[in-house]
Design a protein around this ligand. Structure first.
Ligand code: NAD
Length: 253
């Protein structure tokens, strides 16, 4: 897909990787529809994209709420008149061990609320947004690309039962939609980032960060723009669909 003058929706565009995605698409000349729950974050991303000379509009919406997603995508199509791409990037963490054991006694466990919050945003939210986007792309008959942000945690990560399950599910949905939607000119892809320098890691202690970086061949975190670059690859390569690309600096445990 040539990105100039296309319309790409990005969820979680208020900061971090989502903001870097918005800049990357804007730099390629695409107009961007920015979705997030954070009004301030949206405004900052929108203004910075507009300064790059493209049309950028903000849509405050919670991806985990079906009606809000439907309304937001109706509004995107009403305002832009087309929809060529979606990046499902919004995500949260609520880390906890399945069961926390001290001296042989179970002292804590992942709560149902922790489980559900992450599944709602990181899995159901991806489903709601992709369904809304695919329906409109088919109706508009312009084809499109849907990229989902997974994670290296999709293979299982201590303290992240909820997050790992959602991120594995995202890869499965990417493969499913790649098969289902090809006939409508819609391609899919997933990106599994490694540890990336955003606020999602802000609560991690420096000594823990050092441990995270040690098994990375390139010995540093990813920059958000490096993850965005992989998303652009999926958009621009017309022979790519259904697969997941790891961008993790050569992480090995
Ligand atoms: P971040 O916390 O910096 O930004 C996430 C954005 O999503 C925020 O602007 C937030 O307001 C928005 N958001 C949260 N819940 C939402 C909801 N229900 N509806 C709409 N918007 C919502 O996170 P990030 O590091 O930029 O991560 C972006 C994506 O990349 C996530 O899916 C995350 O799981 C994934 N990821 C991040 C890393 C990393 O190390 N940073 C690694 C692998 C995967």
């Amino acid at each position: 897909m040539k990105l100039k003058d296309k319309v790409v929706a990005i969820t979680g565009a208020g900061q971090g990787i989502g903001r870097a995605l918005a800049f990357a698409f804007a730099e390629r000349g695409a107009d961007v529809a920015l979705l997030d729950i954070s009004e301030d974050g949206l405004k900052a991303t929108r203004d910075a994209c507009a300064a790059l000379g493209v049309r950028a509009e903000a849509f405050q919406a919670n991806v985990a709420v079906e009606d809000a997603v439907e309304a937001a995508f109706d509004e995107v199509v009403a305002r832009f008149g087309r929809l060529d791409g979606l990046v499902n990037n919004a995500g949260i963490t609520r880390d906890a061990l399945l069961v926390k054991v001290r001296n042989g006694e179970v002292v804590d466990r992942m709560s149902a609320a922790q489980w559900q919050a992450v599944i709602d945003v990181n899995l159901t939210g991806v489903f709601f947004c992709a369904r809304a986007a695919a329906e409109r792309m088919v109706t508009l008959r312009n084809g499109g690309v849907i990229v989902n942000i997974s994670s290296i945690a999709r293979d299982g990560n201590i303290g992240q039962t909820n997050y790992s399950a959602a991120k594995a599910g995202v890869v499965a949905m990417t493969a499913t939609w790649g098969k289902e939607l090809a006939q409508h000119g819609i391609r899919t892809g997933a990106i599994a980032p490694g540890f990336t320098a955003t606020d999602i890691l802000a609560s991690v202690k420096p000594e823990t960060l050092d441990k995270l970086v040690a098994p990375i061949s390139l010995k540093r975190l990813a920059e958000p723009a490096e993850i965005a670059h992989a998303v652009l690859f999926v958009f621009e390569n017309d022979y790519f669909t259904g697969r997941c690309i790891e961008v993790d600096g050569g992480l090995s445990f």
